[in-house]
Design a binder for this molecule. Sequence first.
Ligand SMILES: Nc1ncnc2c1ncn2[C@@H]1O[C@H](COP(=O)(O)OP(=O)(O)OP(=O)(O)O)[C@@H](O)[C@H]1O
Length: 823
Amino acid sequence: MVAPKAAKVAKTAKKAPAKDNKESENKKESWQKVKIKGHVISDDFGGYEGLIGLEVLKEYDSAMVKSTNKPLKRERRERETKTKGKKGKQQVRKDEDSSEEEESSSESEEDEVEVSSKKARLAELHAQRLQKQREKREQRKEARKQQKKGKGKETTPKELKTEAEKKEETDSSSNEDYSSDRFSLIRPPASISSDEEEEAPQLVSASTEGFTSTEDLSSWHGLGVPQPILRALAEKGFREPTQIQAMTLPAAIHGKKDILGAAETGSGKTLAFGIPMLAGIMDLKERNAKHGIRKAPKVKGEDSQKSEEPPRDDEHELTPPPEELDHVSGASDEDDSDLENHSASRERPLYALVLTPTRELAVQVKNHLVAAAKYTGIRVATIFGGLAVAKQERVLRQGPEIVVATPGRLWELYCQGNHHLSKINDVSFLVIDETDRMVEKGHFEELRSLLKVLNGDEQKKQLRQNFVFSATLTLVHDLPDHMQKRNVGKKPKFVKQTVDQKIESLIEELGIMQPKIVDITSSQQTAQNLTESRLLCPLDQKDNHLYYFIQRHPGRTIVFCNSIDCVKRLATLFGLLDCNPLPLHANMIQKQRLKNLERFRDSPTGLLIATDVAARGLDIPNVEHVIHYQVPRTSENYVHRSGRTARANKHGITVMFMEPGEVKSYVKLYKTLQRTEDLPLFPISERYLSAVRERVNLARDLDREELKLKRTQSELGWMKKHAEEMDMIIDGYNDESGSDQDEDPFIIERRRNRQHVESVRAQLHALLAQPIFPKGFSFKYPTNGQVSELSQTQSQSAVETMKAAIEDQKLAKQQRNKRKRNA
Ligand SMILES: Nc1ncnc2c1ncn2[C@@H]1O[C@H](COP(=O)(O)OP(=O)(O)OP(=O)(O)O)[C@@H](O)[C@H]1O
């Protein structure tokens, strides 16, 4: 059992230089024990021993990137020795010794740690860093302005640098582990005119040919991101790392640590594993190594040389340089250019495997990786079910360095003996995205088989770097009712799993090694910018409320249902209501699934109606609303469904439709998500619901009539077919244009149905052409036993409406409490 061991490190509250004796004496007080979550590692590559825990950011700054390979403790000791003299040194040693002693006994105290304060501290640190970077940017802008004002004075970009920037440059130039060409911040070419120089970007990456971005990338500096990747990130406009990226990249790139990351939906987890993976592959390719991103820990009695697996001459990788690869597929995949006979491609190593639970997510992860790998020459391929095996085999024959796959198809191709996939037990990087879903019992049995292959060789397993990510990795559930009921007596029979136990079992199950655990999910689990709400209505009114919402608040919307049948029914109904719904569920053919997603992405008022197959990971920009048409079956589904909006710091709203029969599921959800207050009610105007009802009922009528017509037609078709087969002539059935046809009951009924369908359709069409809502209006709605009034403008968004309602509801509550007090 590998537990996320809590360790204590002694550190100064502030790193103030102790200049006088008094301070030195006070030092003991200024040292405090700080508990860290995560393993304290012995890292052979980065020289950050003892630092890879949750607090790594606190200790980490760009100065560390240039750190020599000296162990950090020693460095610190030396620093302390210099500043504090002999007495100080003894004190430091004493403190360290005691901290080491405490480390060994720390496990029992682990639960004392205030996780939330730790998270807050880290978040604060991150915010401070971002603030500093912002200030630096401002300074530079200011300097540029000043220079512009200075008459006739020739300026060079170098002169425009701020002090902070100069310091940064000095830092990077003395970086021993990462040579300057990987991190250097190149100025614009000297040939450009002074005017151009003034406008030229201050920080751009090396080899800037074709590099148009003027983004200041200093926020990425020091995290270990290689220059070609930085260049691609700049092009995407990613000026700074997200919090999860900032917290995982140093440990993953420099420390080569396994990462177990939990962060809110839309927080950039894909690149948190994608960047280190690409950086690692670049590193391996530079070294001409097929695998072995990190040294395997020494096993007693084993030859240390063997564990390092230096590349033998005949093992030298045959990957051509990026220029050569460009004609194949560059950093993309599925290029059909035929390399089948290219022997080199057969020998190309498979460096990384990324496993995702859905096909759509596999495609999306690949796209993110391809964008980040644009200047690296690393090729990515996707392998998933529902598409032709032959085509995927062709893709694999090109020898992609990264394969993103769903477990089922991957396992199928592996079992069929695919040559490229036969290298999976050699991969240097393994990513399991949406891990909690992937390891759920009863799902993805193929994953277990794959893990057996991947972990079969202990040596190879230890050489591999693993990434395990999800927004709900640390979400734990209450015991189910039947277990709680059996918990009678003093000693409970069943106990709720703790977060640590959940992580422990994951580590064990996946066979990962002492990971750095980064959990920055908030206690409420959902994204910070998400406005959550619910809507109470009887079961038979849900369709009306949904149509009301879509009409009142146009915008990109995803409606989640609990079953495929529900998706199909809503897709038909809302199709008749001219809402152009796009269904997405597991029973659709794969091409249609992908096509519908594309169409949804392209339409600013798109309406996607989906099962939970679309709940996880999908990153569709500017989804404004997520509707839970039914209360989700699990809290995880609620978090992930809701996470399709309010991504990457954008705002969004989620509305959960609840009928009385769903209250129990809602309460369960509410408890698991540790909510202390009910979700606020989304305000609906009853006045306009009648117009909505009329349209929806008419659409239902139309649906019924169309169905009837289809049935009559198929019956007639059946009769006709059999009559023809038997060479029979039946009045009216054989010849629709015959004179007798009017007497035929089927034909008469069909004509009648058709006419009825046409008339209902025309009625509905006329109704739909009329607006339901006036330009501006106000309405009353019930809130917690009271009635509130809300003014609306036509363009008011659902988020704005809900926020105004939340304020009203707060005010109403205050007034009610006041009245209670006065009574
Ligand atoms: N450093 C960055 N700066 C700006 N945007 C970023 C950055 N990193 C990632 N993004 C963008 O943020 C969005 C969300 O990223 P991503 O899909 O990786 O989130 P996630 O945390 O994996 O979400 P989920 O839990 O739903 O899978 C994407 O559009 C991505 O391009």
